[in-house]
Every structure is written in structure tokens, then in C-alpha cells.
Write a protein of this length. Structure first.
Length: 367
């Protein structure tokens, strides 16, 4: 036999429970702790539905779902209406019936400033017209965002499920359908009206025509042409002193030509082309107090101090080109800047190459 009890749920036993137990066949007694024996039909329901509760087995049917509270109905309505907004198909912008919508407009505008053409959605667009399109996309996206924010605010302010369901998801601007010709017209007008754009274009074109120190060049690094792109395209002949950038991911390095040549795809500025380029570095005095930070590939100047990995070295030989080595591996060109350390027990006194050289010159002058 199987008994049901509100505390122990099911109790299977081979014999009837003695009279000392509170036994009943009235479901009302179940709540006061009575043991209720299941009939054959009820036992069969229990066997067929092992996850059913004692009361479900007694009534031989699933318990009805509880009616949701008004608060639960409100939460459900809010979630459903928010999802309806998020599912709204609004993120499109068509150029010649090709979808050119982009969310990362700032990154694409940066590329437009460096390249003649930029790819969006599998199609190449001239940078000048794409810049106009990206501005329109940004304005369109801002308008859509305002509508979305307004709808979400109304959902949050609603106090009942009925109020939420009455909110209609609408108010978004019409999707833009334009053409390359229309964008070109707008681009031409924008250039004519924009002194800032003209100034930047002029500055980019003139960067290698004016004399700039290394520090000045580094301050305006973004205006220099990029290797392989406009004003530094492959096949262009570059003179000594011509500066260009190599941009790879987050890396942006400024190089200077040290040997006249034509730019080639297989002559990428770096260690392997140290005879053609040098890295433009911030200016340092090259003294012991202001050593030059060493980068593989840079040329050396005699009697200047260089620093790498926290160690200072004195250059003993001027070179025209650099080397793909660390300073510690160039003993014929540099030597560690500290000859010896004297420790008197309380402080360390560093005797450096510069002082040794000064004493030697003074001695030679006297003799």
C-alpha cells in the first residue's frame, strides 16, 4: 500500500498502518497531518507519473498553474515589449541599393582619411563619398537611439501590463536610400565649405616638404603618409629625410628614409631594411642623465649614451645603419656606461665612462 502525507509525501508499506496513526480517506484531513491510502487507480497514476506530487496523485491530474500576480504580468509585458524593440529591423543604410550600414563609423572615418577607397559590406567606396555616408549613418543612428530611449522610458513608467501592451513600437526615421552620385555631390559641397578639411588635406600633402625636428614630427605623426597608401604608394621614389608611418593594429611607427629608393611592397620599414629606414625617435641629449632609448635598427653616434632594459651603454663607434641586436650583443659598438662601483658601506659611487674620458683628455692636455 501507498499512503500520502503532507510531510513525508509518499509512504510505501506492505501492511495497513495501525489505528494509532491518523488515517483518513478525506482530502480535507490531509492538511491536518492524516495519512491517506491511495487506491489502485491512484497508485497506477503515481507509477506512471513518478514526478507527480501527492495531491496530483490523489486527484489523478496535474495541479493547475497558479494565476500570475499583477506584478508578474507587468514584468512579462515589459520584457516582451523590450524584445519587440530590440528585434526592430532598423539598422540599414543603402547606397545604390547595397546595404552599407556600419556601427563603427569612427574607425571607418579614420580609414577614409588614410585610404583612397574603403570596403564596407563587401563593396569598395571612394573615401570622400563614404565619409558623407558615415555622417548620415551616425545622424540616422542617433535619431533611432532617441526613439528607442523614449520607448524604453515609457515601458519603465507603465504601471500595468495593459499599459505596456498598449505601447506601439513606432516613430523611427525612414531608412536612407541614396546613390554614389548623390553622395559625390554632397562630398564636393562639403569640401568647398570645410576649411578644416582643406587644412588637414594641405597639411598631409606638405608634411614631407617642411623641415621638422624629430620631436615636432612625432607630435604630428598622424599627418604623415602610411607606407603603401596615398602619398607613400609603392613605386614612389623617396628622398633621404622622407618620413612615413607603418600602421599595424594598435602599432603606429614613424620611419625616416636614410637612402634614396623606390617604395616596394617587399621593402617594409623595419630591422630587415635598416639600410633604407631609421625609426624616428624623440630627441634625447644622449648624456648619462638623458640617455637615448635604444630600439633595434637605430644608428649609433660615438660618445652618446644609450639605454636598454634599464642598463646604460656608452657608444664607442659611430655607425650609419643599425643592427637587429640588443646592446649587450654589440660589444664593438657600445660598452656598459658604468666601469666600476665603489661601495664604502653607506652609499655607492658610480665611476662612469664620461668621467674617465674627461680625465684622460685633461691628462693629455697637460703632457
Amino acid at each position: 500500500m501507498i499512503y500520502i502525507h503532507k510531510d513525508i509525501n509518499f509512504w510505501k508499506t506492505k501492511v495497513k498502518l495501525p489505528d494509532s496513526y491518523l488515517i483518513s480517506t478525506d482530502i480535507d484531513d490531509y492538511e491536518v497531518g492524516a495519512y491517506l491510502p491511495l487506491s489502485e487507480e491512484q497508485e497506477q497514476y503515481h507509477n506512471e507519473h513518478p514526478d507527480a506530487t501527492p495531491l496530483e496523485c490523489w486527484h489523478m491530474q496535474p495541479a493547475p498553474e497558479p494565476e500570475p500576480t499583477p506584478e508578474e504580468l507587468l514584468w512579462r509585458a515589459r520584457d516582451a515589449k523590450r524584445q519587440e524593440i530590440y528585434d526592430k529591423d532598423i539598422h540599414h543604410y543603402y547606397i545604390d541599393e547595397q546595404d552599407a550600414y556600419a556601427g563603427d563609423t569612427l574607425r571607418l572615418k579614420d580609414k577614409c582619411g588614410r585610404q583612397e577607397e574603403v570596403e564596407v559590406g563587401g563593396h569598395l567606396y571612394a573615401s570622400n563619398i563614404l565619409t558623407v555616408a558615415l555622417d548620415e549613418i551616425a545622424d540616422y543612428s542617433e535619431q533611432c537611439a532617441k526613439v528607442t530611449d523614449g520607448l524604453l522610458s515609457r515601458i519603465d513608467a507603465a504601471q500595468t501590463a495593459e499599459e505596456v501592451e498598449a505601447i506601439i513600437v513606432k516613430g523611427y526615421p525612414e531608412m536612407i536610400h541614396t546613390t554614389t552620385a548623390a553622395l559625390q555631390t554632397k562630398a564636393d559641397k562639403a569640401i568647398a565649405k570645410s576649411p578644416e578639411a582643406q587644412a588637414v588635406t594641405f597639411a598631409r600633402a606638405m608634411m614631407n616638404s617642411v623641415s621638422l625636428t624629430a620631436s615636432q614630427a612625432l607630435e604630428m605623426q598622424v599627418l604623415f603618409p602610411i607606407w603603401g597608401e596615398k602619398d607613400a604608394e609603392f613605386g614612389k621614389e623617396v628622398e633621404i629625410g622622407f618620413r612615413l608611418r607603418v600602421v599595424e593594429g594598435e602599432s603606429d611607427t614613424l620611419f625616416e628614409v636614410i637612402q634614396k629608393h623606390k617604395l616596394q611592397a617587399d621593402w617594409k620599414p623595419g630591422i630587415e631594411t635598416a639600410s633604407l629606414y631609421k625609426i624616428v625617435e624623440a630627441e634625447h641629449a644622449g648624456t648619462l642623465d638623458d640617455p637615448i632609448p635604444y630600439v633595434q635598427g637605430m644608428a649609433f653616434e660615438k660618445d652618446k649614451y644609450y639605454e636598454q632594459y634599464g642598463v646604460i651603454y656608452l657608444c664607442i663607434l659611430t655607425t650609419v645603419t643599425g643592427y637587429p641586436n640588443d646592446l649587450k650583443d654589440l660589444p664593438t659598438i657600445v660598452q656598459e656606461g658604468v666601469d666600476e662601483t665603489i661601495n664604502d658601506g653607506t652609499e655607492e659611487v658610480a665611476v662612469v665612462h664620461q668621467e674617465v674620458l674627461s680625465c684622460r683628455e685633461l691628462y693629455l692636455d697637460r703632457t
